[in-house]
Design a protein around this ligand. Structure first.
Ligand code: PLP
Length: 472
């Protein structure tokens, strides 16, 4: 491949778009410029490779392909079959799974596919059958209640939101909170860690149909062998949502008890976080659940996105290369260096550190809410997101926490030394910010914010983003 093939590809694409709607071409160019300049510490974001990005921008987007490989409801799907089969094959090899379903459009969709597959597998119910042919949106609260009763009030036990669990693990604002009678397990208030004895106790009392492990904001490993034992002891199906740490599983940083695939009945993931693929989801399972999982479309998904499945195949092929394992290890090394740099400067961290890709700061020690800290950091060119900490007195909107993660900066090539410099920038901003008259308001000298912003950009200069892409 010639060195400027990537530049030519993206430049040509923008030229074609510009001829129709120049403002879209400008926005795409501006997005690259913004991403190049900011210190991206959002734990759930990354930078997909040019090959992955380009695999999405083509005529596969035009194709309907409901069904599965070789068994479609539309004619002319032979090329979609090729990319879907490739993506599934790469996923199975990469994760050592018996079955991979690569159609989910997002992580939420992957979880919905898994929930319905588990329900359909475990529960033979006329009410469920009725629900399957109706629009889920048409079901009233009373319908849900009746359906749950008929299904035996199906229960889900997942990690609580404020301990780092995800909305889709049974919480009210999400459909999972309506489909299931939900209870959650938290973390030990003293250590911030999952207390497996307490999880076992909750499982014994609650007798869930599904035990869910997985998180969006828990900075530690989870022992999936123990969680499976707990699930087995109460006859629950054990599901792991590895959306956040799939890259660490793929890169063999999480192995043995910490690799969910050999332990869970079913594993869901996104493909765009630490796994560094296109935006999307995926479900892995054994042969027992495979048929139900493959009914994801049309049960809960619309037509598959063949262009995204093509990009999943490319990204998964990349993740199977030896250098991905090195990347995954560097993600964790960087997160640990960042955590150590912050602790050394006096920042309070949930659990005191990390053994994955993310660090959760408790910014109450700086006298700030998460909302104030997030905005002050953003003013200073540091992109993070606010997040509740366990037992958060400021709730899920204002929060007392800031979640940061290293997958994106590690992709750019930043290493341990730059993580210490990053910790210094974060600490300086948080020390110099004072709370305003509301939980959202704050005071930060604009000159200081500007200075930190420049330092953040300088930190990135040796690590160009998409170095082979020149749009000028
Ligand atoms: N599961 C977990 C653990 C997540 O952190 C997220 C996203 O933040 C999701 C599922 C949902 O993914 P998506 O935004 O692709 O629907």
């Amino acid at each position: 491949m010639s060195l400027n093939a990537e530049s030519t590809a993206f430049r040509s694409a923008l030229e074609v778009i510009r001829a129709v709607e120049p403002r879209v071409a400008d926005a795409i160019g501006a997005e690259l410029a913004d991403q190049r300049e900011s210190l991206k510490l959002i734990a759930s974001e990354n930078y997909a490779s040019p090959a992955t990005l380009l695999a999405m921008g083509n005529w596969f987007s035009d194709k309907y392909a409901e069904g599965t490989v070789g068994r479609r409801f539309y004619a002319g799907c032979q090329n979609v079959d090729t990319v879907e089969a490739l993506a599934a094959e790469h996923a199975k090899e990469l994760f050592g799974a018996a079955h991979a379903y690569v159609q989910p459009h997002s992580g939420i969709d992957a979880n919905l596919v898994a929930f319905w597959a588990i329900l359909a597998d475990r529960v033979e119910s006329p009410a469920l059958k009725k629900a399957q042919v109706r629009q889920v949106n048409d079901l009233t609260e009373a319908d849900w209640f009746a359906l749950r009763r008929e299904l035996g009030n199906q229960r889900m036990l997942g990690m609580s939101l404020d301990a780092g669990g995800h909305l889709t693990h049974g919480f009210r604002p999400n459909i999972s909170g309506k489909m299931f009678d939900q209870r959650s397990y938290g973390t030990d208030p003293a250590t911030g860690l999952i207390d497996y004895d307490r999880v076992a106790e909750a499982a014994r009392e609650f007798k869930p149909l599904i035990l869910v492990a997985g998180y969006s904001a828990y900075p530690r490993k989870v022992n999936f062998r123990i969680m499976r034992e707990i699930a087995d002891s109460v006859g629950a199906t054990f599901m792991v949502d590895m959306a956040h740490f799939a890259g660490l599983v793929a890169g063999k940083v999480f192995t043995g008890d910490f690799d969910p695939v050999p332990h869970a009945h079913i594993v869901t993931t996104t493909t765009h976080k630490s796994l560094r693929g296109p935006r999307g989801g995926m479900v892995l399972c054994g042969p027992e659940l495979a048929d139900q999982v493959d009914r994801g479309c049309p049960m809960v998904l619309g037509g598959p996105l063949p262009h995204v499945m093509a990009a999943k195949a490319v990204a998964l092929a990349e993740a199977r290369r030896p250098d991905f394992a090195d990347y995954a290890q560097r993600i964790v090394d960087n997160a640990q260096a960042l955590a150590e740099g912050l602790v050394r400067r006096g920042t309070k961290l949930v659990t005191g550190g990390t053994d994955n890709h993310l660090v959760l700061l408790d910014v109450s020690g700086y006298g700030l809410t998460g909302r104030q800290a997030e905005q002050a950091l953003l003013d200073s060119g540091i992109v993070t997101n606010r997040n509740a900490v366990p037992q958060d007195p400021n709730g899920a909107w204002y929060t007392s926490g800031i979640r940061i993660g290293t997958p994106a900066l590690t992709t750019r090539g930043l290493g341990v030394a730059e993580m210490d410099a990053t910790a210094e920038l974060i600490h300086t901003v948080l020390t110099q910010t004072t709370p305003g008259e509301s939980k959202a308001k704050y005071v930060l000298d604009p000159a200081l914010a500007d200075k930190i912003s420049k330092q953040a950009t300088e930190l990135l200069t040796g690590f160009p983003l998409y170095p082979a892409v020149n749009l000028a």
